[in-house]
Design a protein around this ligand. Structure first.
Ligand code: ADP
Ligand code: ZN
Ligand code: ZN
Length: 751
């Protein structure tokens, strides 16, 4: 009898597959999720092979205990994707495949619940009028539930229960009262045709494409087989419209086809989701567009993932983790803001979602569109060599919207001339903000540093507030009245006097977003100031609320970190001020310039989107720096070509391939010694002549949480040689001791 044994991948840091006996009724198939005993626990495994024999002695073999009925087998193509990612990023298959699944699928105790119908509750029109006012003021839990219903439009049973343990009983009572409508959706049900947005669909205005947009859409539509495109479009040039049209054409051409659209940040998903839902309301049911990101509740994430996996979802919109979604009919991929470092996962499996998206397109022979105003040098170089097709949108899409003018404010000059400034805000910048305030337009200040000040210092003895656990300063947070370490989370109260010398004149050093927010109150009196950064948006959903305040015009000046720089289509922002960008000009990291340029182009792009003349003011001590000059001319192409030439001369990526071995030890010596041994082991590998190892060095912030960190960079002219060497290196690395942890990153971004 065949097929009695299965080889299973487990989430375990080794390459090995594990043999099990299979005695269940249903036939085993590769790609099935199964529950198997492992040691003393039960774990989830993925069947990779079905065999008639096993070399494991019968008395050592254990049995598969269950199959996950909620999840039809993953396809051979998906297994190949996981296999490629595992090989390329130097991991085991199980270590890649299992964490790629939603949590609910990795926990067998929840499998049955996934099959249960999904219960949804939404407010009826009567409910909308009556709640929460009909509830007693003291019934706070009930009011919260009503508010959550009103805010979200609908709640599923799990989300409701999370708000209140007795929520379901309450919701049922509200159903009786006619305030709430209840819907029960069978597991795996086809998307309903009834569509909440369908009525509005007829009224959706589809803009006439510009010539450049039309050319781009046509080129994408005409592609056959693997076709990588780089859509290089200035900010506001209507890249989203190109994606929408290309997808519409695809759905028209291939009924049932699926598309994957990646965005770099969770905060950008609502804007995209809304645009996609409206545009496709007539063609697709609501359920056919799903999002996948880490902000979803686990149940919702599992349902959306399964909708993609079973082909019910046609457009999957997500952040980087969505690149590993199972999409059996995937026919096009889009990566918006493809240059964004957020596409690189920085822990666990350190993968690049953009690179995996391109690999998937190649595997399936389908188009992939990488969009950006400031493409990564890697992608740009691909177009220069003719491997990717470049599509250019050189103008803003809206007729009277033009790119903003960029001006540099020379801070030295301001100082020399003795011109007034307000706490780091130069005179010209303040004047420009006041002019906007008078005209009822919005200003945006970009400062990539949250907190009140980078640290606190004593003038008389030179003491600087540092973290006891890290080799880093602690950041002063004024509203929270705390000193906080941004590396390990250590926190303490703000001291009244210098802990070293007792001096009471200790003062904040440098400026963060909170301090700028404070300075604005006196610099631009009467302005409504809003700060958006990781601190002000800690609570779930609060970022969305803050952004809608900006869109609603309830804010005059928006201060924020890179969270406000990306992708948002602010209609009334006509001024962008850039503060303290100079630090990045002199970084050790060869990518710092590329990143800064992209960030400043992005944030500049927030100005003047809807016909208001936009202006960008950059405060700097280095107004003659080449990067700022390229920025002032909005000259990405010039900047990119210079950078490419520099990288070529200096033998840096994309002209070499790199990997980084990082070690964490109790002492720096231990970490460095480990890396020295690792380098030694590398030279013993056949073929390693083509791979060069640099000297091991401490990380810039060498100590975090009392752990000392160092790294060893290896590189090669040949990707294949590097890959082969890394694979051969692994057993030697595993045999080494003396550090707490180590990891290997392929194509590292931060060096
Ligand atoms: P990008 O992503 O390139 O920065 P967006 O996709 O945000 O640009 O588009 C900028 C604005 O231009 C949006 O408000 C969009 O609705 C509008 N837009 C896009 N294409 C057109 C067009 N062909 N005609 C008129 N408006 C357009
Ligand atoms: Zn002191
Ligand atoms: Zn710390």
């Amino acid at each position: 009898m065949t097929g009695r044994y299965v080889r299973v991948a487990l989430d375990h840091p080794l390459d090995a597959l594990y043999d099990y006996r299979y005695g269940l009724d249903s036939a085993p198939e590769p790609g099935m999720l199964v529950r198997v005993p492992f040691g003393r626990r039960d774990v989830v495994g993925l069947i990779c092979e079905v065999n008639a024999h096993s070399d494991v002695p019968a008395n050592k073999l254990r049995d598969v205990s269950a199959v996950c009925a909620a999840c039809p087998p993953l396809s051979a193509q998906w297994l190949a994707l996981a296999g490629f990612a595992a090989d390329y990023y130097q991991r085991g298959l199980g270590e890649v495949a299992l964490p790629a699944l939603p949590q609910a699928l990795r926990d067998p105790s929840r499998w049955a619940r996934l099959l249960a119908p999904e219960e949804r509750y939404r407010l009826s029109p009567q409910g909308r009028a009556a709640l929460p006012d009909a509830l007693p003021a003291r019934a706070q839990a009930l009011r919260r539930l009503a508010q959550a219903l009103a805010d979200a439009g609908e709640l599923d049973a799990a989300a409701a229960r999370a708000l209140h343990p007795k929520a379901i009983a309450t919701l049922e009572a509200w159903c009786e009262a006619g305030w709430v409508e209840h819907e029960s959706i069978e597991f795996g049900a086809a998307p309903s045709v009834a569509n909440s947005a369908a009525q509005t669909a007829a009224m959706v205005e589809v803009p006439r494409l510009s010539d450049e947009q039309a050319e781009a859409v046509e080129a994408i539509g005409a592609a056959s087989g693997f076709a990588p495109f780089l859509l290089h479009g200035v900010t506001g040039s209507g890249k989203t419209e190109v994606y929408l049209r290309a997808l519409a054409a695809l759905l028209e051409r291939e009924p049932g086809a699926q598309a994957l659209v990646l965005v770099p940040e969770i905060n950008l998903t609502p804007q995209f989701e809304a645009a996609f839902r409206t545009r496709f309301a007539a063609r697709l049911a609501d359920e056919a567009i799903v999002t996948l990101h880490s902000g979803l509740a686990e149940g919702e994430r599992a349902r959306n993932w399964l909708a993609a996996h079973t082909g019910r979802a046609r457009i999957v919109l997500g952040t980087r983790l969505a690149v590993l979604a199972s999409l059996p009919r995937l026919a096009m991929l889009v990566v918006d803001e493809e240059h964004d470092p957020a596409y690189k996962q920085q822990e666990g499996l350190r993968y690049s979602a953009r690179d995996l998206a391109v690999w998937r397109a190649k595997q399936l022979g389908v188009p992939v569109v990488l969009g950006s105003a400031t493409p990564s040098l890697e992608s740009w170089w691909q177009t220069e060599q003719g491997r990717y097709t470049r599509l250019t949108l050189s103008r803003r899409a809206i007729a009277d919207a033009v790119l903003p003018t960029v001006k540099l404010i020379d801070l030295e000059e301001e100082r020399r001339r003795g011109r007034a400034s307000f706490e780091g805000l130069s005179g010209p910048l303040v004047a420009a903000m006041k002019a906007r305030l008078e005209r009822g337009e919005q200003s945006l200040l970009f400062l990539n540093r949250r907190g009140y000040a980078p640290t606190l210092a004593c003038d008389s003895c030179g003491w600087v507030a540092g973290c006891p656990r890290c080799s880093a300063y602690v950041v002063l947070h004024k509203p929270e009245r705390a000193l906080r370490c941004h590396h390990c989370g250590w926190e303490s109260r703000i001291p009244h006097s210098c802990p070293e010398c007792g001096n009471v004149d200790i003062a904040p050093m440098g400026r963060g977003t909170q301090r700028i927010e404070e300075a604005l109150a006196s610099a631009v009196p009467g302005a409504r100031v809003l700060r958006i950064d990781a601190d002000s948006t800690r609570r779930k959903g609060s970022a969305q609320a803050l952004f809608s305040d900006v869109h609603a015009g309830e804010v005059d000046i928006l201060v924020g970190t890179q969270m406000i720089a990306k992708g948002h289509d602010f209609q009334r922002v006509s001024l962008v001020g850039v503060l303290n960008a100079d630090n990045a000009l002199f970084s050790h990291d060869f990518r710092a310039g590329e990143r800064l340029f992209a960030q400043l182009m992005q944030v500049s792009g927030r100005a003047g989107r809807a016909g208001l003349a936009g202006e960008v003011l950059v405060q700097t001590r280095y107004p003659r720096h080449a990067l700022y000059h390229a920025l002032a001319r909005q000259d990405y192409v010039g900047f990119a070509n210079t950078q490419v030439a520099e990288r070529r001369d200096a033998h840096l990526p994309p002209f070499v391939y790199q990997a980084l071995l990082r070690a964490e030890g109790r002492t720096l010596e231990a970490a460095l010694a480990f890396l020295a041994q690792a380098a030694e082991a590398l030279t013993a590998i056949a073929g390693a002549e083509r791979v060069m190892a640099y000297d091991a060095v401490p990380l810039t912030i060498v100590k975090v949480m009392n752990v000392h960190r160092a790294q060893l960079l290896v590189e090669s002219q040949s990707r294949a040689a590097l890959q082969a060497t890394l694979r051969a290196w692994q057993p030697a690395l595993r045999a080494l001791r003396g550090v707490l942890r180590w990891n290997l990153e392929v194509d590292p971004l931060d060096i």
